[in-house]
Design a protein around this ligand. Structure first.
Ligand code: SF4
Length: 383
């Protein structure tokens, strides 16, 4: 049994780790906050809108390209509003260039990753909300390394803005050029960095130049089930999709697979999910990693079916991604098919997630941010 992790439900509480947070960036602030900052620098307020239009509207991040800003104040404004947050370490591609993983070094040396996935009808980025993760799920590469720190709002947003720029450059062949979807399924437990993640969502959905102008319905926030934070998210008046990483329908197994279950049991977590669905009208996505001989038995499919039947829920089965040295393996395909059949027979909408990014360790549970990932045959790519 894995011991219960520490859960910083309120990361802004006294004692929460702040020392290594990055410098303030315009994406940390709403437009009013940016105006206050630039006027404090002795610049006219409209400069905030100009620089925000570059960043969010045109996806321009290089101050040298912001030629409508007077040369005399450009460097000072860039210094205060656009400090470099993400230093690219490498970018890898697979799936014929439709999947790209970016590894970043943050200002304090922490490493995080994001993944860009192109589909014929949409472009999705999977972003990280923490460097590492404190939730200690034993089958997850990220969870093995523990939590380094929470990301700032701008560090979260900047991953999406950067990769939106990659998509806009036409780099994802066969997909639209405009980023449309964001999933908080990279490194970290988003709801353990609650305030910054919610602020990041507000930046992502606000129309340019305040934000990136994405649809709320195209944003998915995953959680292992921090019950108070799920209730809090439901009260935010945001119609984002909640993805609940359930992975087991019974407490005995979930206590082991998702240690936070020792604090909030399956029934409490599902009750919170149904409250979220009722409040937002959004179908909850139930994430379930299929792990060979661990959680893939027919009786567990039947139990899951009984828990979810008649609820506003969709099951997303995830073929487990192998991690080096792990004792966990993916369920065989026939076992997976039987699991799907039983859930559907129970009336539960169920799909199996594609395994995008597996070749570059960019799939769920593989984001470990090791610099020595090895050389990918695709080599380094720059945006
Ligand atoms: S599965 Fe998610 S919540 Fe669990 S350790 Fe990995 S990143 Fe953290």
């Amino acid at each position: 049994m894995t011991s219960l992790p520490l859960i910083p439900v309120d990361p802004d509480a006294p004692g929460a780790r702040r020392a290594s947070m990055p410098p303030q960036h315009l994406a940390d602030l709403d437009l009013a906050g940016r105006k206050a900052l630039v006027t404090g620098l002795g610049e006219p307020a409209f400069r905030a809108r100009q620089i925000s239009t570059h960043y969010f509207g045109r996806l321009v991040r290089d101050p040298a390209q912001m030629t409508d800003l007077p040369a005399a104040s450009r460097a000072r404004l860039a210094d205060q509003l656009l400090p470099r947050l993400l230093n690219p370490v490498r970018e890898l591609a697979c799936d014929d260039g439709a999947t790209r993983k970016a590894l970043w070094r943050l200002h304090d040396g922490a490493l995080v990753e994001s993944v860009l996935m192109g589909y014929p009808d949409r472009v999705t980025v999977c972003i990280s909300s923490q460097a590492g993760c404190g939730m200690a799920c034993p089958f997850c590469a990220t969870g093995q390394a523990g939590l380094t720190r929470n990301l700032s709002t701008a560090e979260i947003v900047d991953q999406a803005v950067y990769l939106a720029g990659v998509a806009a450059s036409g780099a994802v062949v066969g997909s639209p050029a405009r980023l449309s979807h964001v999933v908080f399924m990279g490194m970290g437990e988003p709801l353990a960095n609650y305030n910054r993640v919610v602020a990041a969502i507000r930046r992502l959905v606000a129309p340019a130049p305040e934000g990136l102008g994405l649809s709320q319905r195209h944003i998915t926030v995953s959680t292992v089930g921090l019950v108070p934070a799920i209730h809090r998210l439901a009260s935010e008046d945001l119609s984002v999709t909640l993805a609940l990483s359930l992975h087991a329908p019974d407490d005995e197994l979930r206590d082991e697979l998702v240690p936070v279950n020792q604090r909030w049991k399956v029934s409490e977590v599902l009750d919170a999910a149904w409250a979220y669905a009722a409040r937002t009208g959004r179908r909850v996505s139930i994430e379930y990693a299929m792990i060979k001989d661990v959680n893939d038995q027919p009786w567990r499919a039947d139990l899951l079916g009984r828990l979810l039947a008649g609820k506003l829920a969709h099951v997303n089965l995830i073929p487990l991604n192998p991690t080096p040295g792990s004792r966990w393996d993916a369920s065989p395909k026939p076992v997976e098919r039987e699991f799907v059949r039983r859930l559907r027979d129970a009336g539960v909408s169920t799909t199996v997630r594609d395994t995008r990014g597996r070749e570059i360790d960019g799939a769920c549970g593989q984001l470990a941010a090791a610099e020595d990932m090895g050389t990918d045959p695709a080599g380094n790519l720059s945006a």
